[in-house]
Design a protein around this ligand. Structure first.
Ligand SMILES: *Cc1c(COP(=O)(O)O)cnc(C)c1O
Length: 447
């Protein structure tokens, strides 16, 4: 057992967290990119990310064949990057805050196939596993047209194997949908937080959904145990997987290409500030890691977590990593942000991020719905509650003393902030059914 009290007494942000107050934790171990580069590349290198990118390109013909919605992007699963000036203005007026720079929404909420950021990592890991199996069995060569993977013969081959995953919902959707498309048997172990419509959708795709009354860590542990007992089964391990991480990291070069297309330059005078909602840490961690590799010291990556479940913050701030569990700090882990309801963070991700991430904002649940309505009202865009956590970063960057000081210490003066691009990274929403949107839009929570 870790000594939670020691951390509550010595780290101000952890004290706020334990008191269930919104806060920011600014990373005291943040280092210039060049200093961290050598060690990080030993774990995940530029070549590894390039390899993941090449693998996704090989699968594009297969993806296009199975999922016609990806024709527009030639089988690549990529999301729009949108200016949201009306939202920026509304946030400033509603909350009386200043949001400098150009506020943009990276719409992973609308990624094809899985409708969330999990369409990057989750789908990548399933594709990698399928490629490994098929090439090893002599049924596929990497220089072949992967469209053939949609043939009945290949589906029968994959049908011998099972893929399993533990999930709060969206990871299950991405793994479930892609595994089923390839012909795998799929079992998704879901925590109590998972929304009913996500379970229903998966079952409609022929996925076996196993429900637990317990939280996410339990669903993962059970899934892992179940899978380990079956030699034909593969477990996608959200708490440890490097493959998931690589799938997420590819996002950075894609974003750079979008900037280039839009004529947006990111450099010392025009910094990039990103806020990404975090659950176990894998998706935001992988994206942030990729962003640091591309934009180096010119990007500042913040995470956002619910006040009731800031596990990545605790793992990083205490350096207890996967051992930091919100329950030990007297926090329930129960939140409206179902995609972020992970009581303990990924040990792998919190370690690799420890010198790269700038900080972590926590956000009250009621705000998620307020942001949801504001974005819908101003920009006509709908993103799910978990996604909405991303707006806390731009809103609060200049409100907390600690984050103002971060800006001052890292060259983010008034002029550079005015020239910056701020991205709120939207992480889910596309698959939310119509009647659930109505519910979300009407939901008022006590402030
Ligand atoms: C999974 C998820 C996240 C966070 O990803 P982690 O890998 O769990 O940190 C954020 N938003 C949504 C909507 C998600 O589904």
């Amino acid at each position: 057992m870790m000594d939670a009290k020691k951390y509550i007494d010595t780290i101000p942000a952890v004290k706020d967290v334990a008191e269930k107050k919104e806060t920011v934790w600014v990373n005291p171990r943040f280092l210039p990119f060049e200093v961290t580069d050598g060690v990080c590349q030993l774990v995940v290198s530029d070549e590894d990310i390039a390899d993941a990118e090449a693998r996704l390109a090989r699968f594009a013909p297969f993806i296009m064949r199975c999922f016609p919605e990806t024709r527009e992007t030639n089988g690549l699963i990529e999301s729009p990057l949108a200016d949201i000036p009306k939202m920026q203005k509304a946030l400033q007026e509603t909350y009386g805050v200043s949001i400098p720079g150009r506020l943009m929404l990276k719409m992973d909420s609308h990624l094809a196939i899985a409708g969330s950021i999990k369409a990057r990592g989750g789908i990548y890991e399933v594709l990698k596993h399928a490629e490994d199996l098929a090439t090893l069995a002599g049924k596929l060569r990497v220089d072949e047209d992967y469209a053939k993977l949609a043939d009945d013969e290949m589906k029968a081959f994959f049908g011998q194997y099972t893929v399993q995953v533990g999930s709060t919902g969206n990871l299950g959707l991405s793994i479930g949908i892609m595994s089923a498309a390839l012909g795998f048997k799929v079992k998704v172990h879901m925590s109590a937080d998972a929304r009913q419509w996500k379970k229903d959708l998966l079952r409609s795709k022929g996925v076996e959904v196993i429900e637990y009354a317990d939280d996410y860590s339990k669903a993962v542990a059970e899934g892992r145990r179940n899978s380990d007992a079956d030699p034909m089964s593969y477990f996608v391990d959200d708490e440890k997987s490097v493959n998931l991480f690589l799938g997420y990291a590819v996002a950075a070069k894609r974003l750079k290409a979008q900037f280039d297309e839009m004529g947006i330059v990111i450099d010392e005078a025009h910094p990039l500030i990103v806020t990404i909602p975090a659950g176990v840490g894998g998706a935001p961690g992988g994206v942030a890691y990729g962003l640091k590799r591309v934009f180096k010291d010119n990007v500042h990556c913040f995470l956002a977590e619910p006040v009731m479940c800031p596990s990545v913050l605790l793992g990083l701030a205490t350096q207890e990593y996967e051992k930091a569990n919100v329950h030990e700090f007297g926090i329930s882990g129960v939140t409206e942000a179902d995609g972020l309801a992970c009581a303990a963070p990924s040990g792998f991700v919190t370690r690799i991020l420890q010198n790269l991430v700038s900080g972590d904002f926590t956000v009250d649940d009621y705000r998620l719905y307020d942001y949801l309505r504001l974005l819908h009202g101003t920009e006509g865009k709908l993103i799910e509650p978990s996604s909405c956590a991303a707006f806390i970063g731009p809103c609060m960057l200049l409100q907390y003393e600690a984050s103002r000081q971060y800006c001052a210490e890292h060259g983010l003066d008034e002029k550079r902030l005015a020239n910056s691009v701020q991205i709120a990274w939207a992480t889910g929403g596309r698959l939310v059914p119509e009647e659930i949107w109505k519910e979300y839009l009407a939901k008022e929570m006590k402030h």
